[in-house]
Design a binder for this molecule. Structure first.
Ligand code: MV4
Length: 448
């Protein structure tokens, strides 16, 4: 059905996808901006096409140039990776129009899940627990106030077109409602060209736990357990792990089955993630569904012993899922995102030339990266330069292995988040698994 895959992305994920394609005997085409001419994804792909200047808006986001690159190289499939065009329904549709298989869900599913209010309604209808709130979009302040009174303060006003923390406002009391409602709606209108908002009860100090799914588009959906993603700042995850220290067999089964029900209801095709908020009582609520492969997919791969990109490609090729049971999960995996940022200066970006680069190794250690000694990190893209993933028999051993691997990791020339990770992994609360999404707000980094 396809033989040559164009990877519409850059950095570690482009390389990650190329590796699996080559193992499967598929040819690969890289696309790159002029800032990425020396990147490993360009070297490791069978062919590479320059698609424009450094700014993403003129390169990695240019559907016309990416389609042209596929046409001139004869690529008959596109893998979008994460970020960029990965959740762009238009792009998925344009690929289909050009006879190019988009490795991911249909444009309709991407559009549905991109509309956070509609996605929530769809999930609720499928029997997935959702946070109490408005039924769909709230059109007026008056209507909003009525709903907020019914559910009780504090409430959240969320942009339908938002997601990942964008276009969200907390409302503490009725006095603030009108102001926050209008701010959320105006911001959403400015950012997304769509001011619609919906309302839900504010869940205090939630954990972020997500279920990895794979659907074959023929009605079969399989889950791969959960990832704990509460260690984040400003909606950027820094550490992810699987399994979650707060999820037991019972909760895993209930969350997994709920996520599968939701995905089955939309006949889901491809890899996807259902994000849940988990409150202090262990009750869980649907938050969003991501219709792409995620940055943190390797922790699932390590505990489920599988290649999720290979599964994405297999379902895109029309192979059904023959074994829809939940995957067997064994051991514990942790991922630390190594960003070119200075954690002692409020995580300010630190692009530039890497001088020394020595990645850690040994049993149970995986490094997904596109960088090397003398590589110059361009300032135009996100600051993640490597993912360090470890796997061990249990969480305590995984933490110890991660500390050992972080200690071995040598990167000079730029600041990195390695010192932050070392301190986090020695923190008593983190070691106990006693944290939520607010943890980093009060985490004190010591100058080293
Ligand atoms: C919430 C919430 C509390 N209550 N919704 C942030 C990202 C977006 N996907 C939804 N988010 C939240 N929604 C209700 N009803 C708290 C957050 C939230 C959050 C969620 C997951 C991970 C980190 C977070 C950080 C701040 C707020």
């Amino acid at each position: 059905m396809f033989n040559k895959v164009l990877i519409a992305n850059r950095g570690e994920i482009a390389l990650r996808i190329i590796r699996t394609c080559h193992e499967m005997g598929l040819k690969t085409v890289a696309v790159y901006s002029t800032a990425d001419a020396d990147s490993l994804h360009v070297r490791f792909a069978d062919e590479a096409v320059c698609i424009g200047p450094p700014q993403s808006s003129e390169s990695y986001l240019r559907t016309d140039r990416i389609i042209a690159a596929a046409e001139v190289t004869g690529a008959d499939a596109v893998h979008p990776g994460y970020g960029f065009l990965s959740e762009n329904a238009e792009f998925s549709a344009i690929c289909a129009d050009h006879g190019i298989k988009f490795i991911g869900p249909s444009p309709e599913t991407i559009r549905l899940m991109g509309d956070k209010s509609l996605a929530k309604e769809t999930m609720a209808a499928a029997g997935v627990p959702t946070v109490p709130g408005s039924e769909g979009v709230v059109e007026t302040v008056e209507e909003g106030i009525k709903i907020a009174r019914g559910i009780g303060y504090p409430v959240m006003v969320k942009a339908s077109a938002g997601g990942g923390g964008r276009g969200m406002r907390l409302v503490e009391s009725e006095n603030d409602f009108e102001k926050q409602y209008r701010t959320a709606s105006n911001e959403a209108d400015a950012a997304f060209g769509d001011g619609s908002v919906y309302i839900e009860k504010f869940v205090e100090k939630p954990r972020h736990v997500e279920i990895q799914l794979l659907g074959d588009g023929k009605g079969v959906v399989k889950h791969f357990g959960e990832r704990e993603c509460s260690i984040q700042r400003r909606h950027q995850k820094l550490v992810e792990e699987s399994p979650s220290p707060i999820v037991d067999e019972g909760l895993r089964k209930r969350m997994g089955e709920a996520a599968v029900r939701g995905a089955e209801a939309v006949n889901y095709e491809g890899a996807g993630t259902v994000e849940f908020l988990v409150d202090a009582h262990g009750d869980f609520y649907f938050m969003e569904m991501n219709t792409r492969i995620q940055v943190e997919h390797p922790v699932t791969e390590e505990v489920a012993d599988c290649d999720l990109v290979q599964y994405q490609i297999l379902v895109a090729l029309g192979e059904g899922i023959t074994n829809p049971d939940p995957a067997q999960i064994e051991g514990h995996a942790i991922e630390c995102r190594i960003n070119a940022e200075n954690p002692f200066k409020n995580f300010s970006p630190s692009p530039g030339k890497i001088i020394n680069f020595h990645p850690p190794g040994g049993h149970g250690v995986r490094v997904d990266t596109h960088v090397y000694a003398n590589y110059v990190i361009p300032p135009y893209y996100d600051s993640m330069i490597a993912k360090l993933i470890v796997r061990a028999k249990n969480r305590n051993l995984a933490i110890k292995k991660m500390l050992r691997a972080l200690d071995e990791f040598i990167i000079t020339g730029v600041h990195t988040t390695i010192p932050f990770h070392m301190q986090l992994l020695r923190n008593e609360k983190f070691i106990e698994g006693d944290f939520d999404t607010t943890f980093l707000q009060t985490f004190k980094l010591e100058q080293d």
